[in-house]
Design a protein around this ligand. Sequence first.
Ligand SMILES: Cc1cc2nc3c(=O)[nH]c(=O)nc-3n(C[C@H](O)[C@H](O)[C@H](O)COP(=O)(O)OP(=O)(O)OC[C@H]3O[C@@H](n4cnc5c(N)ncnc54)[C@H](O)[C@@H]3O)c2cc1C
Length: 508
Amino acid sequence: MADGGQRHVRVAVIGSGFGGLGAAVRLRRQGITDFVVLERADAVGGTWRDNSYPGCACDVPSHLYSFSFAPNPDWPRNFSGQRHIRAYLERVTDTFGLRPHIRFNAEVRALRWDTERLWWEIDTARGAYTADVVVSATGPLSDPQIPDVPGMADFTGKVFHSARWDHDYDLSGKRVAMVGTGASAIQIVPEIQPRVGTLTVFQRTPPWVMPRADRRITAVERWLHTKVPATRELRRQLLWGIRELQVSAFTKRPDELGLIEAIARSHMRKVIKDPAMRARLTPDYRIGCKRILLSNSWYPALAQPNVDLVSSGLREIRGNTLVAADGSEAEVDAIIFGTGFHVTDMPIAHRVTGANGTTLAEEWKDGMAALRGSSAAGFPNFLTIIGPNTGLGNSSMILMIEAQLNYLADFMRRLDVLGGGIALDARPSAVEEWTRTIQQRMRRTVWNTGGCDSWYLDANGRNTTAWPGTTGEFRRVTRQVDLAEYEVLRPPRTAAETGRRTVEEVAA
Ligand SMILES: Cc1cc2nc3c(=O)[nH]c(=O)nc-3n(C[C@H](O)[C@H](O)[C@H](O)COP(=O)(O)OP(=O)(O)OC[C@H]3O[C@@H](n4cnc5c(N)ncnc54)[C@H](O)[C@@H]3O)c2cc1C
Protein backbone atom coordinates (compact mmCIF):
# COMPACT_ATOMS: atom_id res chain seq x y z
CA MET A 1 0.00 0.00 0.00
CA ALA A 2 1.41 3.38 -0.91
CA ASP A 3 1.85 5.64 2.05
CA GLY A 4 0.80 9.23 2.43
CA GLY A 5 -1.82 11.12 4.38
CA GLN A 6 -2.83 10.15 7.87
CA ARG A 7 -4.41 6.81 8.58
CA HIS A 8 -6.28 5.68 11.65
CA VAL A 9 -5.87 2.17 12.99
CA ARG A 10 -7.26 0.46 16.03
CA VAL A 11 -3.82 -0.71 17.12
CA ALA A 12 -0.30 0.30 16.12
CA VAL A 13 2.39 -2.18 17.10
CA ILE A 14 5.98 -0.90 17.09
CA GLY A 15 8.64 -3.47 16.24
CA SER A 16 8.64 -6.83 14.51
CA GLY A 17 10.77 -9.00 16.77
CA PHE A 18 9.32 -11.79 18.90
CA GLY A 19 7.30 -9.16 20.81
CA GLY A 20 5.75 -7.31 17.87
CA LEU A 21 5.05 -10.43 15.82
CA GLY A 22 3.55 -12.13 18.87
CA ALA A 23 1.29 -9.11 19.44
CA ALA A 24 0.19 -9.22 15.80
CA VAL A 25 -0.71 -12.91 16.03
CA ARG A 26 -2.60 -12.28 19.25
CA LEU A 27 -4.60 -9.40 17.76
CA ARG A 28 -5.56 -11.44 14.73
CA ARG A 29 -6.61 -14.35 16.92
CA GLN A 30 -8.83 -11.94 18.81
CA GLY A 31 -10.47 -10.98 15.51
CA ILE A 32 -8.74 -7.60 15.35
CA THR A 33 -7.43 -6.95 11.85
CA ASP A 34 -7.37 -3.15 11.88
CA PHE A 35 -3.76 -2.82 12.97
CA VAL A 36 -0.29 -2.07 11.60
CA VAL A 37 3.15 -3.21 12.68
CA LEU A 38 5.60 -0.35 12.29
CA GLU A 39 9.16 -1.56 11.82
CA ARG A 40 12.17 0.69 11.26
CA ALA A 41 14.18 -1.96 9.41
CA ASP A 42 13.37 -3.69 6.12
CA ALA A 43 12.74 -7.18 7.52
CA VAL A 44 11.20 -8.87 10.54
CA GLY A 45 13.21 -10.57 13.27
CA GLY A 46 14.43 -7.83 15.63
CA THR A 47 17.30 -9.23 17.71
CA TRP A 48 17.65 -12.15 15.32
CA ARG A 49 17.84 -9.94 12.24
CA ASP A 50 20.33 -7.48 13.73
CA ASN A 51 22.71 -9.88 15.48
CA SER A 52 24.40 -11.87 12.75
CA TYR A 53 27.86 -12.08 14.30
CA PRO A 54 29.81 -15.34 14.00
CA GLY A 55 28.60 -17.82 16.62
CA CYS A 56 25.34 -15.97 17.37
CA ALA A 57 22.83 -18.38 18.96
CA CYS A 58 20.29 -18.44 21.74
CA ASP A 59 21.38 -19.47 25.22
CA VAL A 60 18.00 -20.82 26.28
CA PRO A 61 17.13 -24.11 24.52
CA SER A 62 15.25 -23.55 21.28
CA HIS A 63 12.27 -25.67 22.28
CA LEU A 64 11.63 -23.18 25.06
CA TYR A 65 12.93 -20.13 23.21
CA SER A 66 10.06 -20.15 20.69
CA PHE A 67 6.34 -19.38 20.74
CA SER A 68 4.08 -21.94 22.43
CA PHE A 69 1.53 -21.30 19.66
CA ALA A 70 4.06 -21.88 16.88
CA PRO A 71 6.05 -24.95 17.87
CA ASN A 72 8.94 -25.99 15.68
CA PRO A 73 9.68 -29.72 15.74
CA ASP A 74 12.69 -29.12 13.48
CA TRP A 75 15.04 -27.10 15.67
CA PRO A 76 18.46 -28.36 14.57
CA ARG A 77 20.28 -27.92 17.90
CA ASN A 78 19.54 -27.45 21.58
CA PHE A 79 20.79 -23.89 21.15
CA SER A 80 19.98 -23.07 17.55
CA GLY A 81 21.88 -20.43 15.65
CA GLN A 82 20.72 -16.98 14.58
CA ARG A 83 20.02 -18.11 11.01
CA HIS A 84 17.51 -20.69 12.18
CA ILE A 85 15.81 -18.39 14.68
CA ARG A 86 15.50 -15.67 12.08
CA ALA A 87 14.05 -18.15 9.56
CA TYR A 88 11.59 -19.29 12.25
CA LEU A 89 10.35 -15.71 12.73
CA GLU A 90 9.99 -15.26 8.95
CA ARG A 91 7.88 -18.46 8.91
CA VAL A 92 5.72 -17.23 11.80
CA THR A 93 5.13 -14.02 9.83
CA ASP A 94 3.88 -15.97 6.81
CA THR A 95 2.00 -18.72 8.63
CA PHE A 96 -0.10 -16.23 10.57
CA GLY A 97 -0.66 -13.90 7.61
CA LEU A 98 1.10 -10.95 9.22
CA ARG A 99 2.85 -9.48 6.19
CA PRO A 100 -0.05 -7.29 4.98
CA HIS A 101 0.02 -5.55 8.36
CA ILE A 102 3.73 -4.78 8.43
CA ARG A 103 5.13 -1.43 7.32
CA PHE A 104 8.89 -1.68 6.87
CA ASN A 105 11.25 1.31 6.94
CA ALA A 106 8.67 2.97 9.17
CA GLU A 107 10.74 4.13 12.11
CA VAL A 108 8.50 5.65 14.77
CA ARG A 109 9.92 9.10 15.40
CA ALA A 110 7.33 10.52 17.77
CA LEU A 111 4.13 9.53 19.54
CA ARG A 112 1.81 12.02 21.16
CA TRP A 113 -1.36 11.33 23.13
CA ASP A 114 -4.29 13.46 21.98
CA THR A 115 -6.22 14.22 25.16
CA GLU A 116 -9.29 15.35 23.19
CA ARG A 117 -9.64 12.53 20.75
CA LEU A 118 -8.20 9.90 23.08
CA TRP A 119 -5.89 8.46 20.52
CA TRP A 120 -2.20 8.37 19.69
CA GLU A 121 -0.71 10.54 16.96
CA ILE A 122 2.21 8.71 15.47
CA ASP A 123 4.89 10.22 13.29
CA THR A 124 6.81 7.62 11.30
CA ALA A 125 9.39 7.66 8.54
CA ARG A 126 6.55 6.50 6.27
CA GLY A 127 3.98 9.08 7.22
CA ALA A 128 1.53 9.77 9.99
CA TYR A 129 -0.90 7.44 11.74
CA THR A 130 -3.36 7.72 14.54
CA ALA A 131 -4.18 4.72 16.70
CA ASP A 132 -6.51 3.96 19.61
CA VAL A 133 -3.96 1.68 21.18
CA VAL A 134 -0.17 1.48 20.85
CA VAL A 135 1.80 -1.66 21.64
CA SER A 136 5.46 -0.81 22.01
CA ALA A 137 7.63 -3.85 21.29
CA THR A 138 10.87 -2.04 20.51
CA GLY A 139 12.96 -4.58 22.40
CA PRO A 140 15.13 -4.32 25.49
CA LEU A 141 18.30 -5.10 23.54
CA SER A 142 17.80 -3.42 20.20
CA ASP A 143 19.81 -0.18 20.37
CA PRO A 144 23.54 -0.94 20.59
CA GLN A 145 25.61 0.97 23.10
CA ILE A 146 29.15 2.02 22.21
CA PRO A 147 31.05 3.72 25.02
CA ASP A 148 32.33 7.19 24.40
CA VAL A 149 36.05 6.34 24.47
CA PRO A 150 38.35 9.37 24.28
CA GLY A 151 40.30 9.38 21.03
CA MET A 152 37.89 7.17 19.07
CA ALA A 153 37.37 9.81 16.38
CA ASP A 154 41.08 9.58 15.45
CA PHE A 155 41.11 5.79 15.12
CA THR A 156 41.67 4.98 11.44
CA GLY A 157 40.86 1.25 11.59
CA LYS A 158 37.52 -0.53 11.41
CA VAL A 159 34.99 -0.15 14.24
CA PHE A 160 31.69 -1.93 14.68
CA HIS A 161 29.30 -3.21 17.35
CA SER A 162 28.53 -6.91 17.68
CA ALA A 163 24.90 -6.20 16.78
CA ARG A 164 25.91 -4.47 13.53
CA TRP A 165 28.47 -6.94 12.22
CA ASP A 166 30.26 -5.82 9.08
CA HIS A 167 30.36 -8.99 6.97
CA ASP A 168 32.27 -7.19 4.21
CA TYR A 169 35.24 -6.63 6.47
CA ASP A 170 37.67 -9.54 6.36
CA LEU A 171 39.20 -10.18 9.78
CA SER A 172 41.75 -12.70 8.44
CA GLY A 173 45.21 -12.00 9.78
CA LYS A 174 44.12 -8.69 11.35
CA ARG A 175 45.00 -7.34 14.78
CA VAL A 176 41.60 -7.22 16.42
CA ALA A 177 40.35 -5.87 19.75
CA MET A 178 37.21 -7.28 21.35
CA VAL A 179 35.89 -4.84 23.91
CA GLY A 180 33.66 -6.52 26.48
CA THR A 181 33.22 -10.06 27.76
CA GLY A 182 29.43 -10.37 27.87
CA ALA A 183 27.00 -12.76 26.21
CA SER A 184 27.86 -11.73 22.63
CA ALA A 185 31.64 -11.49 23.12
CA ILE A 186 31.91 -15.00 24.49
CA GLN A 187 30.16 -16.32 21.38
CA ILE A 188 32.27 -14.21 19.00
CA VAL A 189 35.79 -14.75 20.39
CA PRO A 190 35.98 -18.54 19.83
CA GLU A 191 34.68 -18.09 16.28
CA ILE A 192 37.11 -15.40 15.13
CA GLN A 193 40.19 -16.44 17.13
CA PRO A 194 41.42 -19.02 14.57
CA ARG A 195 41.12 -16.46 11.74
CA VAL A 196 42.57 -13.26 13.16
CA GLY A 197 46.23 -12.44 13.52
CA THR A 198 46.01 -11.32 17.13
CA LEU A 199 43.03 -10.83 19.39
CA THR A 200 43.14 -8.51 22.40
CA VAL A 201 40.18 -9.00 24.71
CA PHE A 202 39.35 -6.11 27.03
CA GLN A 203 37.65 -7.47 30.12
CA ARG A 204 36.32 -5.00 32.69
CA THR A 205 34.61 -7.69 34.78
CA PRO A 206 34.99 -11.44 34.25
CA PRO A 207 31.75 -13.32 33.60
CA TRP A 208 30.73 -16.58 35.27
CA VAL A 209 30.77 -19.19 32.53
CA MET A 210 29.02 -22.55 32.77
CA PRO A 211 29.28 -25.56 30.45
CA ARG A 212 26.93 -25.42 27.48
CA ALA A 213 24.91 -28.59 26.99
CA ASP A 214 24.59 -28.07 23.27
CA ARG A 215 24.18 -30.86 20.76
CA ARG A 216 22.51 -31.62 17.46
CA ILE A 217 18.90 -32.66 17.81
CA THR A 218 18.81 -36.04 16.09
CA ALA A 219 16.63 -36.91 13.11
CA VAL A 220 14.80 -39.44 15.29
CA GLU A 221 13.96 -36.80 17.88
CA ARG A 222 12.74 -34.44 15.18
CA TRP A 223 10.66 -37.16 13.56
CA LEU A 224 9.15 -37.98 16.93
CA HIS A 225 8.43 -34.31 17.69
CA THR A 226 6.64 -34.04 14.32
CA LYS A 227 4.65 -37.26 14.53
CA VAL A 228 3.90 -37.20 18.26
CA PRO A 229 3.52 -33.53 19.25
CA ALA A 230 3.14 -34.56 22.89
CA THR A 231 6.87 -35.41 22.96
CA ARG A 232 7.72 -31.90 21.83
CA GLU A 233 5.44 -30.45 24.46
CA LEU A 234 6.93 -32.68 27.14
CA ARG A 235 10.40 -31.49 26.17
CA ARG A 236 9.28 -27.85 26.46
CA GLN A 237 7.61 -28.45 29.81
CA LEU A 238 10.73 -30.12 31.21
CA LEU A 239 12.95 -27.26 30.02
CA TRP A 240 10.51 -24.81 31.58
CA GLY A 241 10.04 -26.69 34.86
CA ILE A 242 13.77 -27.02 35.57
CA ARG A 243 14.19 -23.28 35.14
CA GLU A 244 11.21 -22.48 37.34
CA LEU A 245 12.80 -24.53 40.13
CA GLN A 246 16.01 -22.51 39.87
CA VAL A 247 14.29 -19.17 40.38
CA SER A 248 14.14 -19.10 44.18
CA ALA A 249 17.93 -19.38 44.41
CA PHE A 250 18.20 -16.19 42.32
CA THR A 251 15.42 -14.30 44.01
CA LYS A 252 15.37 -15.47 47.63
CA ARG A 253 18.38 -17.62 48.52
CA PRO A 254 21.46 -16.48 46.60
CA ASP A 255 23.66 -18.43 49.08
CA GLU A 256 22.44 -21.63 47.43
CA LEU A 257 24.21 -20.56 44.26
CA GLY A 258 27.58 -21.57 45.76
CA LEU A 259 27.26 -25.04 44.23
CA ILE A 260 26.79 -23.55 40.77
CA GLU A 261 29.89 -21.40 41.33
CA ALA A 262 31.85 -24.57 42.11
CA ILE A 263 30.77 -26.10 38.78
CA ALA A 264 31.76 -22.92 36.92
CA ARG A 265 35.19 -22.83 38.66
CA SER A 266 35.87 -26.44 37.77
CA HIS A 267 34.76 -25.73 34.17
CA MET A 268 37.47 -23.06 34.01
CA ARG A 269 40.15 -25.12 35.82
CA LYS A 270 39.90 -27.88 33.24
CA VAL A 271 41.18 -25.51 30.54
CA ILE A 272 43.03 -22.63 32.16
CA LYS A 273 46.11 -24.11 33.77
CA ASP A 274 47.89 -20.87 34.68
CA PRO A 275 46.79 -19.83 38.21
CA ALA A 276 47.44 -16.13 37.49
CA MET A 277 45.20 -16.29 34.41
CA ARG A 278 42.57 -18.18 36.43
CA ALA A 279 42.61 -15.43 39.04
CA ARG A 280 42.00 -12.82 36.36
CA LEU A 281 39.10 -14.85 34.99
CA THR A 282 37.45 -15.53 38.35
CA PRO A 283 34.58 -13.18 39.18
CA ASP A 284 34.53 -11.52 42.61
CA TYR A 285 30.73 -11.39 42.74
CA ARG A 286 28.06 -14.02 43.27
CA ILE A 287 27.11 -16.12 40.25
CA GLY A 288 23.81 -14.95 38.72
CA CYS A 289 24.36 -11.30 39.69
CA LYS A 290 25.18 -10.73 36.02
CA ARG A 291 23.76 -13.00 33.34
CA ILE A 292 25.33 -16.48 33.61
CA LEU A 293 27.04 -17.28 30.33
CA LEU A 294 27.21 -20.69 28.68
CA SER A 295 30.20 -21.73 26.62
CA ASN A 296 32.52 -24.67 26.10
CA SER A 297 34.81 -22.75 23.77
CA TRP A 298 35.40 -19.43 25.60
CA TYR A 299 38.21 -20.59 27.90
CA PRO A 300 39.91 -22.73 25.20
CA ALA A 301 39.93 -19.69 22.89
CA LEU A 302 41.40 -17.43 25.58
CA ALA A 303 44.17 -19.96 26.14
CA GLN A 304 45.38 -19.70 22.51
CA PRO A 305 48.75 -18.00 21.87
CA ASN A 306 47.30 -15.29 19.60
CA VAL A 307 44.87 -14.10 22.31
CA ASP A 308 45.77 -11.55 24.95
CA LEU A 309 43.38 -11.00 27.84
CA VAL A 310 43.59 -7.48 29.24
CA SER A 311 41.79 -7.59 32.55
CA SER A 312 40.77 -3.97 32.63
CA GLY A 313 38.44 -1.77 30.62
CA LEU A 314 39.36 0.31 27.58
CA ARG A 315 40.33 3.81 28.77
CA GLU A 316 41.38 5.67 25.64
CA ILE A 317 42.52 5.36 22.06
CA ARG A 318 45.74 7.06 20.87
CA GLY A 319 45.93 6.85 17.10
CA ASN A 320 45.50 3.13 16.49
CA THR A 321 46.69 2.13 19.96
CA LEU A 322 44.15 1.07 22.54
CA VAL A 323 45.04 1.93 26.11
CA ALA A 324 43.45 0.02 28.97
CA ALA A 325 42.67 1.40 32.41
CA ASP A 326 45.68 -0.52 33.77
CA GLY A 327 47.97 1.20 31.25
CA SER A 328 48.53 -1.78 28.95
CA GLU A 329 48.53 -0.99 25.24
CA ALA A 330 47.66 -2.78 22.01
CA GLU A 331 47.88 -1.50 18.45
CA VAL A 332 44.99 -2.89 16.40
CA ASP A 333 43.40 -2.79 12.94
CA ALA A 334 39.82 -3.30 14.10
CA ILE A 335 37.73 -2.81 17.22
CA ILE A 336 34.62 -4.88 17.88
CA PHE A 337 32.42 -3.53 20.63
CA GLY A 338 30.50 -6.19 22.55
CA THR A 339 29.36 -3.56 24.99
CA GLY A 340 25.66 -4.21 25.17
CA PHE A 341 22.58 -2.11 24.60
CA HIS A 342 20.57 0.82 25.92
CA VAL A 343 18.49 -1.15 28.40
CA THR A 344 17.54 1.04 31.33
CA ASP A 345 17.29 4.17 29.18
CA MET A 346 14.84 2.68 26.66
CA PRO A 347 15.26 4.87 23.52
CA ILE A 348 11.56 4.87 22.55
CA ALA A 349 10.77 6.52 25.91
CA HIS A 350 12.26 9.78 24.61
CA ARG A 351 9.82 9.75 21.69
CA VAL A 352 6.55 9.18 23.57
CA THR A 353 4.67 12.18 24.94
CA GLY A 354 1.82 11.32 27.28
CA ALA A 355 -1.33 12.95 28.59
CA ASN A 356 0.58 15.43 30.78
CA GLY A 357 2.74 16.69 27.93
CA THR A 358 5.85 15.00 29.32
CA THR A 359 7.81 12.23 27.69
CA LEU A 360 8.04 8.74 29.10
CA ALA A 361 11.79 9.32 29.53
CA GLU A 362 11.05 12.37 31.71
CA GLU A 363 8.53 10.40 33.74
CA TRP A 364 11.12 7.66 34.15
CA LYS A 365 14.05 9.90 35.04
CA ASP A 366 14.24 8.27 38.50
CA GLY A 367 13.74 4.77 37.07
CA MET A 368 11.42 2.94 34.69
CA ALA A 369 8.11 1.82 36.18
CA ALA A 370 5.02 0.27 34.62
CA LEU A 371 2.04 -1.58 36.03
CA ARG A 372 2.51 -5.32 35.46
CA GLY A 373 5.42 -4.47 33.19
CA SER A 374 3.02 -2.89 30.69
CA SER A 375 1.30 0.39 31.55
CA ALA A 376 2.89 3.65 32.70
CA ALA A 377 0.65 6.23 34.38
CA GLY A 378 -0.24 9.15 32.10
CA PHE A 379 0.25 7.08 28.94
CA PRO A 380 -3.26 5.78 28.21
CA ASN A 381 -3.79 2.82 25.89
CA PHE A 382 -0.02 2.37 25.64
CA LEU A 383 1.28 -1.10 26.45
CA THR A 384 4.91 -2.09 26.49
CA ILE A 385 6.02 -5.63 25.69
CA ILE A 386 9.10 -6.49 27.77
CA GLY A 387 8.57 -3.37 29.80
CA PRO A 388 10.15 -2.53 33.17
CA ASN A 389 10.96 -5.47 35.48
CA THR A 390 10.11 -8.23 33.05
CA GLY A 391 13.64 -9.48 32.30
CA LEU A 392 14.81 -12.97 33.26
CA GLY A 393 18.14 -14.28 34.43
CA ASN A 394 17.70 -17.93 33.57
CA SER A 395 14.74 -18.61 31.30
CA SER A 396 13.10 -17.75 28.01
CA MET A 397 11.92 -14.20 27.38
CA ILE A 398 9.27 -15.66 25.10
CA LEU A 399 7.41 -16.83 28.21
CA MET A 400 7.29 -13.25 29.49
CA ILE A 401 6.29 -11.92 26.07
CA GLU A 402 3.41 -14.40 25.85
CA ALA A 403 2.22 -13.45 29.35
CA GLN A 404 2.18 -9.81 28.28
CA LEU A 405 0.24 -10.77 25.17
CA ASN A 406 -2.44 -12.29 27.42
CA TYR A 407 -2.58 -8.93 29.17
CA LEU A 408 -2.85 -7.13 25.84
CA ALA A 409 -5.68 -9.45 24.75
CA ASP A 410 -7.61 -8.77 27.95
CA PHE A 411 -6.91 -5.05 27.64
CA MET A 412 -8.50 -5.06 24.17
CA ARG A 413 -11.46 -7.09 25.49
CA ARG A 414 -12.04 -4.55 28.28
CA LEU A 415 -11.96 -1.67 25.82
CA ASP A 416 -14.56 -3.46 23.69
CA VAL A 417 -16.82 -4.06 26.65
CA LEU A 418 -16.50 -0.46 27.82
CA GLY A 419 -17.49 0.82 24.39
CA GLY A 420 -15.93 2.81 21.56
CA GLY A 421 -13.53 5.67 22.08
CA ILE A 422 -12.68 4.68 25.67
CA ALA A 423 -9.11 4.76 26.96
CA LEU A 424 -7.54 3.19 30.02
CA ASP A 425 -4.85 5.02 31.93
CA ALA A 426 -2.96 3.24 34.73
CA ARG A 427 -3.59 4.96 38.08
CA PRO A 428 -0.39 6.42 39.54
CA SER A 429 -1.25 4.76 42.88
CA ALA A 430 -1.47 1.34 41.18
CA VAL A 431 1.85 1.82 39.41
CA GLU A 432 3.47 2.95 42.68
CA GLU A 433 2.08 0.00 44.61
CA TRP A 434 3.24 -2.46 41.94
CA THR A 435 6.71 -0.89 41.81
CA ARG A 436 7.04 -0.75 45.61
CA THR A 437 6.24 -4.45 45.92
CA ILE A 438 8.72 -5.35 43.17
CA GLN A 439 11.49 -3.24 44.68
CA GLN A 440 10.86 -4.77 48.11
CA ARG A 441 11.22 -8.26 46.69
CA MET A 442 14.26 -7.16 44.74
CA ARG A 443 16.23 -6.49 47.93
CA ARG A 444 16.92 -10.18 48.48
CA THR A 445 17.73 -11.10 44.90
CA VAL A 446 21.18 -11.99 43.66
CA TRP A 447 21.01 -9.08 41.19
CA ASN A 448 20.85 -6.59 44.05
CA THR A 449 22.93 -8.41 46.68
CA GLY A 450 25.49 -10.26 44.55
CA GLY A 451 28.08 -7.47 44.58
CA CYS A 452 28.19 -6.65 40.88
CA ASP A 453 27.40 -3.69 38.72
CA SER A 454 25.22 -4.99 35.90
CA TRP A 455 22.87 -3.75 33.20
CA TYR A 456 19.99 -4.93 35.35
CA LEU A 457 20.59 -1.79 37.46
CA ASP A 458 19.88 1.73 36.26
CA ALA A 459 21.94 4.88 36.80
CA ASN A 460 20.40 5.20 40.29
CA GLY A 461 21.35 1.64 41.21
CA ARG A 462 17.71 0.49 41.08
CA ASN A 463 16.82 -2.77 39.44
CA THR A 464 14.18 -1.75 36.91
CA THR A 465 14.77 -4.58 34.47
CA ALA A 466 14.51 -7.99 36.16
CA TRP A 467 11.42 -9.88 37.28
CA PRO A 468 11.87 -11.17 40.85
CA GLY A 469 9.67 -14.26 40.50
CA THR A 470 8.88 -17.28 38.38
CA THR A 471 7.51 -17.00 34.86
CA GLY A 472 4.45 -18.89 36.12
CA GLU A 473 3.78 -16.14 38.65
CA PHE A 474 4.17 -13.45 35.99
CA ARG A 475 1.72 -15.31 33.81
CA ARG A 476 -0.78 -15.36 36.66
CA VAL A 477 -0.50 -11.65 37.44
CA THR A 478 -0.89 -10.67 33.80
CA ARG A 479 -3.79 -12.97 32.98
CA GLN A 480 -6.36 -10.22 33.43
CA VAL A 481 -6.53 -6.47 33.51
CA ASP A 482 -7.82 -5.27 36.88
CA LEU A 483 -9.97 -2.28 35.99
CA ALA A 484 -9.57 -0.92 39.53
CA GLU A 485 -5.96 -0.21 38.60
CA TYR A 486 -7.01 2.02 35.72
CA GLU A 487 -8.78 5.27 35.23
CA VAL A 488 -11.38 5.05 32.46
CA LEU A 489 -11.15 8.01 30.09
CA ARG A 490 -14.23 8.84 28.06
CA PRO A 491 -14.18 10.87 24.86
CA PRO A 492 -15.64 14.37 24.86
CA ARG A 493 -16.99 13.68 21.37
CA THR A 494 -18.09 10.59 19.50
CA ALA A 495 -15.87 8.80 17.02
CA ALA A 496 -18.05 9.84 14.08
CA GLU A 497 -17.68 13.52 14.95
CA THR A 498 -13.90 13.33 15.08
CA GLY A 499 -13.90 12.02 11.53
CA ARG A 500 -11.49 9.21 12.19
CA ARG A 501 -11.02 6.81 9.32
CA THR A 502 -9.73 3.29 9.19
CA VAL A 503 -6.86 2.07 7.03
CA GLU A 504 -9.36 0.33 4.77
CA GLU A 505 -11.43 3.52 4.31
CA VAL A 506 -8.39 5.55 3.35
CA ALA A 507 -7.10 2.84 1.01
CA ALA A 508 -10.47 2.59 -0.72
C1 LIG B 1 22.52 -11.71 20.83
C2 LIG B 1 21.30 -11.89 21.68
C3 LIG B 1 20.95 -13.15 22.12
C4 LIG B 1 19.82 -13.34 22.91
N1 LIG B 1 19.52 -14.59 23.34
C5 LIG B 1 18.44 -14.78 24.11
C6 LIG B 1 18.10 -16.09 24.59
O1 LIG B 1 18.79 -17.06 24.32
N2 LIG B 1 17.02 -16.22 25.37
C7 LIG B 1 16.24 -15.14 25.72
O2 LIG B 1 15.26 -15.33 26.43
N3 LIG B 1 16.52 -13.90 25.26
C8 LIG B 1 17.60 -13.69 24.49
N4 LIG B 1 17.90 -12.43 24.05
C9 LIG B 1 17.01 -11.32 24.39
C10 LIG B 1 16.11 -10.98 23.18
O3 LIG B 1 16.30 -9.65 22.90
C11 LIG B 1 14.66 -11.31 23.48
O4 LIG B 1 14.55 -12.68 23.79
C12 LIG B 1 13.69 -11.05 22.30
O5 LIG B 1 14.26 -11.40 21.08
C13 LIG B 1 13.22 -9.62 22.30
O6 LIG B 1 12.23 -9.48 21.33
P1 LIG B 1 11.53 -8.07 21.11
O7 LIG B 1 10.58 -8.23 20.01
O8 LIG B 1 11.02 -7.56 22.40
O9 LIG B 1 12.72 -7.09 20.71
P2 LIG B 1 13.63 -7.09 19.41
O10 LIG B 1 13.86 -8.44 18.90
O11 LIG B 1 14.81 -6.26 19.76
O12 LIG B 1 12.75 -6.32 18.33
C14 LIG B 1 12.48 -4.95 18.44
C15 LIG B 1 12.13 -4.42 17.07
O13 LIG B 1 11.68 -3.08 17.19
C16 LIG B 1 12.22 -2.31 16.15
N5 LIG B 1 12.25 -0.92 16.59
C17 LIG B 1 12.92 -0.38 17.65
N6 LIG B 1 12.68 0.93 17.74
C18 LIG B 1 11.83 1.25 16.74
C19 LIG B 1 11.20 2.46 16.32
N7 LIG B 1 11.42 3.62 16.95
N8 LIG B 1 10.38 2.42 15.24
C20 LIG B 1 10.12 1.25 14.59
N9 LIG B 1 10.71 0.08 14.93
C21 LIG B 1 11.54 0.07 16.00
C22 LIG B 1 13.60 -2.90 15.93
O14 LIG B 1 14.11 -2.61 14.65
C23 LIG B 1 13.32 -4.39 16.13
O15 LIG B 1 12.97 -5.01 14.91
C24 LIG B 1 19.03 -12.22 23.27
C25 LIG B 1 19.40 -10.94 22.85
C26 LIG B 1 20.52 -10.78 22.06
C27 LIG B 1 20.89 -9.39 21.62
